[in-house]
Design a protein around this ligand. Sequence first.
Ligand code: WT7
Length: 631
Amino acid sequence: MRIRTFDEYQLAYQKSVDDPEEFWAEIAQEFQWRKPWTKTLQWNFTEPNIKWFVGGKLNITENCLDRHLATKGDQPAIIWEPNDPNEAGATLTYRMLHDQVCRFANVLKRNGVVKGDRVCIYMPMVPELAIAVLACARIGAVHSVVFGGFSAQSIADRINDAQCKVVITADGAYRGNKEIPLKSTVDDALIGCPGVQRVIVLTRTRTPVSMLKGRDVWWEQELKQVTAECPAEEMDAEDMLFILYTSGSTGKPKGVVHTCGGYMVYAAYTFQNVFQYEPDQVHFCTADIGWITGHSYIVYGPLACGATSLLFEGTPTYPDNGRFWDITDKHKVNILYTAPTAIRSLMGFGLDKVTNHDLSSLQVLGSVGEPINEEAWHWYDDNIGKNRCPIVDTWWQTETGGILISPLAGITKTKPTFATLPLPGVQPILVDETGKEIEGNGVSGNLCIKFPWPGILRTTYGDHERCRQTYFATYPGLYFTGDGCLRDEEGYYRITGRVDDVLNVSGHRIGTAEVENAINMHTGVVESAVVGYPHDIKGQGIYAYVITDQQPTDHDADLTKRDILATVSRVIGPIAKPDKIQFVTGLPKTRSGKIMRRILRKIAEGDTGNLGDTSTLLDPAVVDEIKAGAL
Ligand code: WT7
């Protein structure tokens, strides 16, 4: 499974195209299967219907935990760094993690969770979050982790969409100098979730919480009732492992479904090869487990490879902006995997908090979540990697399960802002608007993938047609990523950003329609249109054009803006709050009533000189008004 040279990469790549089944079968054989598969791949991109390792039986936790006990039982699996650097952290060896996962799996069973049930997890970044995830996988329950920054309404929508029966949460969370009341948010959510029978509450902040008799139980109390004996449930390779909600161009987030066998193989293979992980190294992925990056590169990928994964509860700027470097120094981090938005925000503080730490343990740097601009790439390379650590700019998506296009650390020649080359097993293709392939180099187009890899999504939960529509119908026969892409003269790929109505704000994926729906729920709002604009730190900012029933005066306008922000926070979560709100009396629409977002984007970008053709607009005068009032 391990590629060590560029020649080996090229050979592996060629083989993965010539004989994908044989290629992946050899890799999959390195894992522990209860029963071997009978067919490596069955697929079509029409329905779509994609099955890897057909008939194979396994449990991913046996691969992530049990398999390592004999040789790595005493090696750290998870190193936990708390929000407060003065609080004692924790190190869980593989044996300890195995023990705790088995115990908590028994807690789930005791509380009525059986194979196939969906469990919602809304927790802080503490080891118990990884334990809860793995305990679900151990007994074949499907986890749906919801990021701690989402609102009660968002939690309720996700719980109901997946019909979750149990919720796992904590009393509260520490993030920077804030204390976040998780349980109270869950309580609000559950008013709208009659199907939830049990809430398991971990003690973290010991803030006062209501504990409803018959529904809510304490994690710690439950643990006292169980043993550490919990055989893993035998799962089919194509049984669901988890659901993870992500935004698309329509208003409603969709539940991306990943399955046990293919996801495991892909997360592990990509972890091993992209980061070139060596035994005893410490891997620090700064993402939250509430996102796919955390699923694949904090939990499943590293553990499947027997690695040591660092889990950090806090933020990059608490207690000061040197926290990442403090952690790197303290735990001798070898691989650091973070997002461009974090790099850009830290750049702004200068080097004082960088140079006072020893970063010599670092060997590989990673970037994920959004395009990395040249300035941030060089700052990362010069000041963090000291020009001796390869940077892997990893492009992928919630739907892809793992990294698709990326350098292999130290093996692929890097180039700032380029994700470089596809991993073995990944066959990218650029197409034009009509779906025609754009061949050759020095070209750009819409990025599609023409052959399945083991980590590809299988469906969107409860709505397979939506999966087909969103990813497989735009260009028949291809998986459409939603990203625009450039392939340069040497065949290197550079992802240029979404070509649909999806924003990427600080690496968080947010649909414009979702934000519009939330704004429109505010009293007095008649209509709104949301677009992205370039933002120095966040990558993209959210710009909202809002029509209200009464044009507010200046004073009212400020208050109304604040109220709209509160509404968006309440409906989606603080991450979706617009950075700018402009009140307008109309929106540029075509005669058929479609909002011309192209024009709104240009105005938001401050590029009003060249708005292109506005002659098809119903009321061209509205554009002048919007231009005049632009923020
Ligand atoms: C979208 C997927 C992949 C885990 C985190 C985000 C953008 C992601 C890169 C990159 C340029 C990137 C794409 C993609 N994106 N990585 N290295 N360079 N853009 O997962 O929330 O599903 O978002 O993030 O636009 O489609 P996600």
